[in-house]
Every structure is written in C-alpha cells, then in structure tokens.
Write a protein that binds this ligand. Structure first.
Ligand code: HEM
Length: 211
C-alpha cells in the first residue's frame, strides 16, 4: 500500500489562489457592472485591475508549469468511461453508486467530463476573459480603434463569460461535496493526498488500462 498523492504543492497553491482571485474578480466585476455595492466604484475598478494582473500572471505561470512537468496530459479529453460518467451523474450518483472514476491517481485524476470542462476553461473561457479584459482596460475611451459597437461586444462577451464562471462555480462547489464524505474532495485539495491509499496492483492496472 502506498499513499495516493493527487495534488502537488504548486497545484494546490494554484487552485486556491485562482479561486480567491476569481471570487474577487466576480465581486468587483459585478460592482463595476452595477449589480452590487460593496467597495465603491473607484476602489472596485482598482481591485479588479490589480487582481486581473495577478490572474494573468498566475495563468501564465500555471500553463508554463503544466508543460514543464507534463501535467497537461491530465486535461486531454478521453472517451474512456465517458458514457459511464454521464450515466453516473444523471442517475448513479442519486442511488449512491460508486463513481466510475473512484480510483483517481496523480496522472489520471480527472474524469472525462472534468477533463472537458477544465480544458474549456483553460483554453477558451480564461483566455477570452483575459483578451476582452485587456481590450476593455486599454481601449475603452472614445476615439480608440475599437470604440462603439466593437467595445460593446467586448463588454458583453466579458460579462457573459463572468456569468458562465458563476455557473461553473455553483456546479463545481456542488461536485466537491460528492466524495465519500461531504468534505473528502476539499480535504484532498488542501492536503494533496487522497484518503484512500492505492495498492501496487491498482497502479499497475491503471497503467495498463491507460495504454
Ligand atoms: C474570471 C475572471 C473575470 C471575471 C469574472 C470578470 C468580470 C467582470 C465583470 C462582470 C465586469 C463588468 C463588465 C461590464 O459592466 O461591462 C468586468 C469589467 C472589467 N474587467 Fe473583468 N473579469 C475577469 C477577469 C478580467 C481580466 C483577466 C481582466 C484583464 C485585464 C479584466 C479587466 C476588466 C476591465 C478593464 C473591466 C472594466 C473596468 C472599468 O469599467 O473600469 N477582467 N469584469
């Protein structure tokens, strides 16, 4: 039996820092949008811009890290267990059946649906949010090459993605509670270690079935 390490220190640092930044960006973003009042408009703009730069830095660092250590492989879509996973989320989970991806390991920690959603966030939603955010930051004054309708579209895209991020967060938060115990998955992301050890046999089976 050996300890089943799931997340390195860097992954946990990245995950929790990203979460804090996204929450700050959402709150300040919706204050700028006019939906809530918390910090006051000027401070919300400053906080949004500063957190946006931190978010850009963290995203760049993480993408570099993923390629440097080969971690990108965890995010590659797979058809293996795809239908089983959908069946699990639409019925098995309600009957307390075990997840088809219960034996997660360091190199295969996400189920097929998680892979698609996380990949979509990393290569579509976040880059689009960063690009529209930068356009907003530098070209929002009249007379710039992208003022008028184009700037309106930039603003709308930025806001639509913000709503999608909220939808993701709600589903993601719910999913964190669906482990063996309500706190199992959150504990894993804090300690980095799965609460069940893996046997050498399990690891070998995993490696063979991945090939
Ligand atoms: C998950 C990440 C983010 C979320 C949820 C988010 C959300 C929002 C929202 C809801 C608004 C208000 C839009 C409007 O009223 O039209 C906004 C404004 C803005 N965002 Fe973001 N944002 C994020 C990331 C970024 C990034 C990476 C940048 C990069 C520079 C950025 C730059 C801006 C700017 C410049 C504004 C306008 C501020 C102003 O009017 O002075 N945002 N954001």
């Amino acid at each position: 039996m050996e300890i089943n390490i799931l997340y390195t220190k860097f992954e946990r640092f990245w995950h929790w820092t990203q979460m804090a930044l996204v929450v700050i960006l959402l709150i300040t973003g919706f204050e700028i949008h006019g939906n809530i009042q918390l910090f006051g408009f000027d401070f919300a703009v400053r906080l949004h811009n500063t957190s946006a730069w931190a978010f850009i830095g963290l995203t760049a660092l993480t993408i570099f890290w993923m390629f440097a250590v080969g971690h990108w492989r965890n995010y590659m879509p797979t058809r293996k267990n795809f239908r089983e996973q959908i069946r699990y989320y639409t019925s098995g989970i309600l009957k307390n059946e075990p997840s088809p991806h219960a034996d997660k390991t360091f190199d295969n920690k996400f189920n097929p649906l998680q892979r698609i959603v996380y990949l979509g966030l990393i290569i579509l939603a976040f880059p689009a949010q960063i690009i529209t955010g930068l356009l907003y930051m530098y070209f929002r004054y009249p007379g710039n090459p992208i003022d008028g309708t184009m700037l309106r579209n930039v603003a709308i895209t930025h806001t639509v993605i913000a709503f999608l991020v909220i939808v993701f967060l709600i589903i993601h938060l719910y999913m964190t509670t669906t482990g063996k115990k309500v706190t199992t998955h959150v504990k894993e992301m804090i300690t980095g270690v799965s609460d069940h050890a893996i046997t050498e046999k399990q690891e070998l089976t995993q490696q063979i079935s991945d090939k």
